[in-house]
Design a protein around this ligand. Structure first.
Ligand code: ATP
Length: 257
C-alpha cells in the first residue's frame, strides 16, 4: 500500500494548465525523483501535495486518507514536510530558533502560559531547546546555534532547512532542488546526507532536482514531467534511455553518472 498516491491531479492558472493528470505513488521508505525541464510543473505539483495550492481537480491520498482541501499546517501535522527551491529560513533569527519554531507546532502550553512564563512553559521550552540542539548536532550545525541563519554559508543554510523540515517529525519529505546553488563537493555531501536521513529517520523522500547525477545516483524510481504531464516513469536506467525523456530535454545528454 503506497504511503502517498495521487490520481489525475490537475492545476490550472487561468488558461494555463500547469499540471495535467499528475499520477504518482510512493511506497514507504522509497527515495523517488521528480525531474523535468524548466516550467514543467514540478513545484506546482509539490505545492498541491503540501496544501499551498488546491488542485483544480484530482485526488491526493496520504496514509490512506484524502488531504485535498487541507491547510499546509494540517498537512505538516499529518507528516509531510518540505524544503523550498529558494531557501526559506527565518534569516534574522538564530539557527537554533529556526529549528525550535518547527517544534512549536506540538507544544501543549497556552499563550497565557508563555506570557506568564509559567513552570509548564519553562519546562517545555527547556525540553524544546535541548531537542533542537540534539538536532543541530546531527546536522553538524550545533556550533553555530546562536549564529543568525542569514550568516551561514549557502550549503549550511540548505542543511538547516532540511533540519527544520525534519524537526516536524515527518513521514514523507519533499525536497525541492536541494542541490541548487551548491558546488560539486557540497552536492556530494548532500547526497550522503539524503541517503543517511532516509535510514536514520525512517523516511520516504520525493526529490525534485536538476542535478542529474544526484537523481540518478540516489533515486530508486524517477518520474519525468513535461508540460504538466508525466511522460516517463521508471528506474534510472530506464529513464536514461527513454526516447521521450531525451526529446523533452531537447537532445541534451540526459543523465550523467
Ligand atoms: N501562481 C502561479 N500563477 C500562474 N502561473 C503559475 C503559477 N505557478 C506556476 N505557474 C506556471 O506553471 C508552470 C509550471 O511552473 P512550475 O514552477 O511548477 O514549474 P517547475 O517544473 O517547477 O519549473 P522550474 O524547474 O523552473 O522550477 C509555469 O508555466 C509557471 O509559469
Amino acid at each position: 500500500m503506497p504511503i502517498l498516491e495521487t490520481k489525475q491531479l490537475i492545476k490550472t492558472f487561468g488558461g494555463l494548465t500547469a499540471v495535467n493528470g499528475f499520477e504518482i505513488y510512493l511506497n514507504k521508505g522509497e527515495l523517488i525523483g521528480l525531474i523535468g525541464p524548466n516550467g514543467a510543473g514540478k513545484t506546482t505539483a509539490f505545492n498541491m501535495l503540501t496544501g499551498v495550492y488546491q488542485p483544480t481537480s484530482g485526488e491526493i491520498n496520504f496514509l490512506d486518507a484524502s488531504i485535498v482541501g487541507q491547510y499546509p499546517y494540517e498537512i505538516t501535522q499529518k507528516g509531510i514536510a518540505r524544503t523550498f527551491q529558494n531557501i526559506r529560513l527565518f534569516k534574522d533569527l538564530s539557527v537554533i530558533d529556526n529549528v525550535k519554531i518547527a517544534y512549536h507546532q506540538n507544544v501543549s502550553y497556552s499563550v497565557l502560559d508563555s506570557i506568564l512564563q509559567t513552570k509548564k512553559y519553562r519546562q517545555e521550552e527547556k525540553k524544546i531547546t535541548e531537542k533542537a540542539l540534539e538536532f543541530l548536532k546531527i546536522f553538524k550545525l550545533d556550533h553555530k546555534s546562536q549564529e543568525y541563519a542569514k550568516n551561514l554559508p549557502y550549503g549550511e543554510q540548505r542543511r538547516l532547512e532540511i533540519a527544520r523540515a525534519l524537526a516536524t517529525k515527518p513521514k514523507l519529505v519533499l525536497l525541492d532542488e536541494p542541490a541548487a546553488g551548491m558546488n560539486p563537493q557540497e552536492t556530494q555531501e548532500l547526497l550522503g546526507l539524503i541517503k543517511w536521513i532516509r535510514e536514520y529517520f525512517d523516511l520516504t523522500i520525493l526529490l525534485i532536482e536538476h542535478d542529474m547525477s544526484l537523481v540518478m545516483n540516489v533515486c530508486e524510481r524517477i518520474y519525468v514531467l513535461d508540460y504538466g504531464k508525466i511522460i516517463a516513469h521508471g528506474t534510472p536506467q530506464e529513464i536514461k534511455s527513454n526516447p521521450r525523456v531525451i526529446e523533452a530535454y531537447l537532445g541534451e545528454e540526459v543523465p550523467v553518472c
